[in-house]
Unconditional design. Structure first.
Length: 321
């Protein structure tokens, strides 16, 4: 009887090896990266100035339930031309880089490299390189969230860049004031699943510009490549010019690559403003979520495993007789 059991174990072991050999490892990958450069904001006010302002960058990353160490949030602000905590060389503000524990790729501070489908990792970084309120001629920002799974089950990364500025503006009587914003953007959003495992990858990007007066939203702009403005209050004229790709996008994949990428210029002109207290807010967010589950054996491997069981049972019966 012992010999039969050994044969049975050998057959099962062979089947298990064959089944395991038929399962390929997978990369479940998500990337969201956005760089904004040459951002220029102009108000044609005859009087007034920028008042209080705040800048915030944040980053977070998780890999198989473990989160990056410490806070990924950085903030600074103050009163324009009077006092602020954003002084210093570029970058003006940078989140502590987030690398989820257990990852095989470590991102350095202010490192916006795209690592791609190598190893298993999840990390994020966001920086305001320069800011027009701090005597730089224009503003530039960079943010990246990137995750890849090969053996784990879940990972995610997220970054954000925000700016809020209070403006007390005066315009000449009888003539409407105007506001314009223009910038260049470089976007790369990609999701893909390779190999023999089942997976789902999602990546998101968003960028919005909001202009409020005394708490009421006048303009809400989320550039999507169609020259459209989501909200433009009565009495104002809002004209957008956008490159032909969407900065507010979500891409997902359970197999083939699904991407949104490109570079180009975006601008918005608003006329008809009247004097008063304004708030200008800029916000961008990049994020990834990737999920992976081991491959369920295909019918062929189930047949192989069933055959192994049958042969093992016959061997036991022959030994018993």
């Amino acid at each position: 009887m012992k010999s039969g059991k050994n044969k049975f174990a050998a057959v099962l072991a062979g089947a298990a090896l064959s089944l395991g050999a038929g399962q390929a490892s997978a990369d479940v990958y998500g990337l969201s990266s956005l760089a904004v450069d040459n951002l220029n904001i102009i108000f044609n006010a005859t009087g007034g100035a920028a008042g209080a302002f705040t800048f915030t960058t944040d980053a977070s990353a998780t890999l198989n339930g473990a989160a990056g160490a410490g806070s990924g949030i950085a903030t600074c602000g103050g009163l324009f031309a009077v006092f602020n905590t954003c002084n210093g060389a570029a970058p003006r503000l940078s989140s502590p880089v987030q690398n989820a524990p257990g990852g095989g790729v470590m991102r350095g501070q202010d490192d916006f490299t795209q690592f791609g489908q190598v190893a298993e990792y999840s990390n994020a970084q966001a920086s305001i390189i320069s800011a027009f309120l701090l005597l730089d001629p224009t503003t530039s920002t960079s943010a990246i969230a990137e995750s890849n799974l090969q053996t784990g089950s879940i990972a995610g990364a997220s970054t954000g860049v925000q700016s809020n500025t209070q403006l007390d503006l005066e315009f000449s009587v009888g003539a409407g004031g105007s506001f314009s914003i223009a910038f260049d953007a470089l976007l790369d959003v990609l999701t893909e699943v390779n190999g023999g495992d089942v997976g789902l990858a999602q990546a998101n990007s968003s960028l919005t510009v909001t202009l409020q007066k005394e708490g009421n939203t006048l303009v809400d702009w989320a550039p999507n490549g169609t020259n459209g403005v989501q909200a433009c209050a009565a009495g104002l004229t809002c004209t957008a010019a956008e490159a032909a790709f969407d900065l507010n996008v979500s891409r997902s994949s359970s197999g083939a690559p699904n991407a949104e990428e490109g570079s180009g210029s975006y601008s918005l002109d608003v006329t008809g403003l009247t004097g008063g207290n304004y708030t200008l807010a800029l916000a961008s967010t990049q994020s990834t979520t990737v999920l992976r589950s081991p491959q369920i054996p295909v019918p062929g491997t189930l047949i192989l495993f069933g055959t192994a069981l049958l042969l093992g049972a016959r061997a036991l019966r022959r030994k018993a007789t």
